[in-house]
Write a protein that binds this ligand. Structure first.
Ligand code: DQQ
Length: 541
């Protein structure tokens, strides 16, 4: 039977009860991280959506206070949907969000803190002049939502984009404002793409060409590129491009190296959606928050009484090659590391499996560096596979032997391996190059037939041809497995529901190699993870 706790993460942000989805308006303000999120106060399924509000000083422990934004006025009476926050001159935060009006039209509203001297920014007011952007002049009123953090151009005007579509044309509609109150639609969108459908939760921000330092959202100029991300309703995945923002032309143009389609780059090739970044002015970094939906049934969610989690906030920066971003769990999460197990210099021969002992495998942080040999004997790669790594992971699963790989970790494994989630690599040869595939395969994750068990996959821009090395980190937390390949170049989140978690028997963690060529574990470290706190001090749950 499903209880409230067996699948409940212990160090990921999760609601005490009920449904959550998109992170909204995350920000760092006067020493406090604010996370708002889409929340149903009445149940564990989507509906009755409001902005719940949590606070943290370390992105690890959270305190939920009363909801910030909920239906009170005609311009949001049928729901308070996703949006963002912007810190205005004079250190004044503002929220832009989508309201659902009495005619179920999507409109954009602004809200401000009622009392700036309240460090928690508990109460927010919504001026009567709302909505500030309405679905007029050809905008589809049911496809007009999720305004981004605004940025200021060199002309002193604010800009924001709102996700939209016209038929299958995805659009980021651009608005400008001098005062954050009166917003004027620009003559053309910031960016648009054909045959792709609705762009939910757009995100648009600058990244430095060199280094990991984050930039305030308004920064542009030499040494800066921009990232544009959308959540695609059509596939329920997110895609991003790296490109150039031409402020004077009001246009964003993806680089030629960025595929601007459903085969493009993703922050996460697994269960990860409606993400949003913010600039952390304290530690001068850009942080990515994302929602990971349940993969069990709605009946299970109702039985559990909760649904949805936030992934561990990730630091995000541009890779050295300038073609993709890199993500890594914020360093603060390491404060939860407890007892450590270490292994090094071990060989994994063909078909072998090595148990990582002495770790609480249901709640762990694992870092491993592998080294492969016999690269020249890697399986040949068919170019047509490039467009669908998920399909490749479905066909070439962890139990399908190869030449170089599959090798990696079996996490959340039952005693006799009737259940396990396999996170692994497989290396192919394509002409004189190598192609590295990373999979997070949930096909065997649970004996329960009714849960969704996809084999997710993404390609890794690895350096494997240089020295044979490749790294993997897994954050395991009951039903969550967040994996970071090659130091955060490829990330995959899976939600899994093994029965073993509800039994008294031990949960296992293994390293494995089902490839012909021997793989070495250069080093492996695994830590037990302590619980993160999510204290609920709201009176509105
Ligand atoms: N979730 C919100 C919308 C957004 C969608 C509604 C994305 O604003 O487009 O809960 O998950």
């Amino acid at each position: 039977s499903i209880t409230n706790n067996q699948y409940r993460p212990s160090y990921h942000f999760r609601p005490p009860k009920n449904w959550i989805n998109d992170p909204n308006g995350p920000m760092f303000y006067n020493g406090i991280y604010h996370l708002f999120y889409q929340y149903n106060p009445k149940g564990a399924v989507w509906g009755n959506i409001i902005w719940a509000h949590a606070l943290s000083i370390d992105l690890v422990n959270w305190k939920i206070i009363e909801p910030a934004i909920y239906p009170t006025k005609s311009f949001d009476i049928n729901g308070c949907w996703s949006g963002s926050s912007t810190i205005l001159p004079g250190n004044k935060p503002a929220i832009l969000y989508t309201g659902i009006d009495p005619h179920n039209r999507q409109v954009q509203n602004v809200a401000f803190p009622t009392n700036l001297s309240d460090p928690y920014l508990t109460k927010w007011y919504k001026p009567d002049y709302n909505p500030v952007m309405a679905p007029i002049d050809g905008i589809n009123a049911s496809s007009f939502r999720d305004p981004t953090t605004a940025w200021m151009g060199s002309d002193g005007q604010w800009r924001t984009v709102v996700g939209s579509k016209i038929h299958l044309l995805g659009k980021a509609i651009l608005y400008k404002s001098k005062d954050f109150v009166k917003w004027k639609r620009a003559s053309h969108p910031l960016h648009s793409v054909h045959n792709i459908g609705m762009w939910e939760c757009p995100d648009f921000f600058p990244v430095l060409l060199k280094g990991r330092r984050g930039l305030d959202t308004s920064v542009n100029g030499a040494g800066v590129k921009h990232v544009f991300k959308v959540s695609l309703d059509m596939t329920r995945y997110e895609y991003y491009t790296v490109g150039k923002y031409y402020e004077h032309k009001d246009r964003y143009v993806p680089d030629r190296t960025s595929v601007d389609q459903k085969t493009g780059l993703r922050y996460d090739y697994g269960n990860f959606y409606a993400s949003k970044t913010f600039y952390d002015g304290g530690k001068k970094r850009r942080i990515l928050c994302g929602w990971s939906n349940e993969s069990d049934s709605q009946t299970d969610d109702i039985a559990k009484g909760w649904a949805g989690i936030q992934t561990i906030p990730r630091r995000l920066w541009l890779a050295k090659n300038g073609r993709q971003v890199v993500q890594w769990p914020v360093e603060e999460i390491e404060s939860l590391r407890g007892k450590r197990t270490k292994m090094k210099g071990l060989k994994l021969k063909q078909g072998s499996r090595l148990e990582v002992k002495g770790v609480k495998a249901s709640q762990a942080d694992v870092e491993v560096v592998f080294k492969v040999s016999g690269l020249e004997r890697a399986e040949p790669f068919d170019h047509s596979w490039l467009s669908d790594p998920e399909k490749l992971c479905t066909q070439k699963r962890a139990d399908v032997p190869g030449n170089v790989g599959p090798f990696g970790l079996l996490v959340l494994a039952s005693n006799n391996l009737t259940e396990y989630t396999a996170v692994f690599f497989r290396v192919f040869k394509y002409r004189s190059r190598y192609v590295t595939l990373m999979c997070s395969d949930a096909t065997r994750s649970s004996l329960r037939p009714e849960v969704y068990k996809p084999a997710f996959g993404g390609f890794v821009d690895s350096q494997i041809q240089k020295n044979g090395k490749i790294s993997l980190r897994c954050l395991i937390d009951h039903s969550v497995v967040e994996s970071f390949g090659e130091n955060g170049r490829t990330c995959i989140t899976s939600r899994v529901y093994p029965i073993v978690l509800s039994t008294k028997s031990k949960v296992g963690l293994y390293a494995f190699n089902h490839g012909l060529e021997t793989v070495k574990i250069i080093k492996l470290k695994a830590w037990d993870m302590k619980n993160g706190n999510v204290l609920d001090e709201s009176s509105y749950v």
